[in-house]
Write a protein that binds this ligand. Structure first.
Ligand code: SF4
Length: 332
């Protein structure tokens, strides 16, 4: 591939769609539009959106597929190394095990193979992502950031051009894989309510997988039960949830089970630390877990971080106690 090619990295979402429209409006050079096709993990609406963009823009979109499907990696591949050696399939991805993202990046990098100018659709309000982007490619352009277009504005632009993903953005904040465990509880509830055929498939995936759908050990059937109950008893009073500060955490512990520290606040039964409070580069398993959960790159770095913020010693406990506490504190 020639080094001066200008490639649009197209995710199919609102930001990259708005970026493509902007590039065309600005008359900028586009040699190729590349979209990674996660096949059965894509919303059917997304497949239709890609076709629609092609027709609207008159540009051919290159559909890149992984060498082996996500379904294969999910449940058929035999793991040959590490603590999960011999296990069938990578199972559901999580913050610390994003094998699907790795596959996606590998497929795209292999295809692009070398120097080129890449347009990335980061929105203006995501400007920090640029600083954290440690790609080796120095020829990356961010047209939405240049034009100071935020995510909300990007969606408005798309709608003005007649793109609405058949209503997906009314239900989900991101329209990447429909089965992504990183979705919020509200999004999962929408999937359950409005996309029952996909929810059925999610349960089938859970039945095949060695790990739980969510990293906090919540399985698909647990969500099904909760959502059913919410429909059956719509007036049932919801437990009030308190937002917690680190200093209100009384006890913290971790185990070798996962790179995650749990904290318990004795005074509150149902509380969590809101995501905004988490330092940059640190991620939270789920703001829906009761009390505190924190994921870092390693268990030790996670423990150090929590000790610093809470002023409490983080103790190492057996996997048995850790899993018991996690199960006990997951908000049902
Ligand atoms: S959206 Fe979720 S499931 Fe899909 S590739 Fe990204 S992390 Fe993986």
């Amino acid at each position: 591939m020639k080094s001066d090619r200008h490639i649009v990295s197209f995710s199919g979402g609102k930001d990259s769609t708005a970026m493509l429209l902007l590039l065309l409006e600005q008359g900028r050079r586009i040699d190729e539009v590349v979209w990674f096709d996660a096949e059965t993990w894509e919303f059917p609406e997304m497949q239709r959106h890609i076709d629609k963009v092609e027709v609207y823009t008159g540009l051919k979109i290159t559909r890149l597929k992984p060498k082996k499907s996500f379904d294969y990696w999910f449940s058929d591949h035999i793991i040959t190394k590490g603590k999960n050696k011999g296990t069938k399939g990578y199972g559901f991805p999580s913050m610390s095990r994003r094998w699907c993202t790795r596959e996606k990046i590998r497929t795209i990098d292999k295809y692009l193979n070398g120097a080129h100018t890449l347009y990335l659709g980061y929105a203006f309000n995501e400007i920090d992502r640029v600083k954290n982007n440690n790609s080796n490619n120095k020829n990356i352009l961010y047209p939405l950031i240049e034009a100071k277009i935020t995510e909300d504005q990007a969606l408005t632009i798309c709608k003005q051009h007649g793109f609405n993903w058949d209503g997906l953005y009314e239900l989900f904040s991101r329209v990447s894989c429909w089965n992504c465990p990183n979705q919020s509880r509200e999004e999962l509830m929408n999937l359950y309510t409005y996309k029952p055929e996909l929810w059925k498939r999610l349960q089938e995936m859970q039945n095949k997988s060695w790990n739980s759908f969510k990293m906090d050990y919540t399985r698909v059937e647990t969500f099904t039960k909760q959502f059913n109950d919410m429909k059956k008893y719509p007036n049932r009073k919801k437990k009030s949830v308190k937002t917690l500060h680190y200093t209100e955490v009384d006890e913290c512990f971790y185990s070798s089970a996962e790179p995650c520290v749990y904290g318990i606040s004795k005074n509150y039964d149902n509380a969590y630390i809101p995501k905004d409070d988490w330092e940059r580069n640190w991620t939270v398993t789920s703001s829906r877990t009761n009390r505190v959960a924190h994921v870092g790159k390693t268990r030790q770095s996670c423990a150090d971080f929590i000790e610093k913020r809470t002023g409490k010693m983080v103790s190492f406990v057996s996997n048995e106690r850790y899993l018991k506490e996690v199960a006990k504190h997951n908000r049902l």
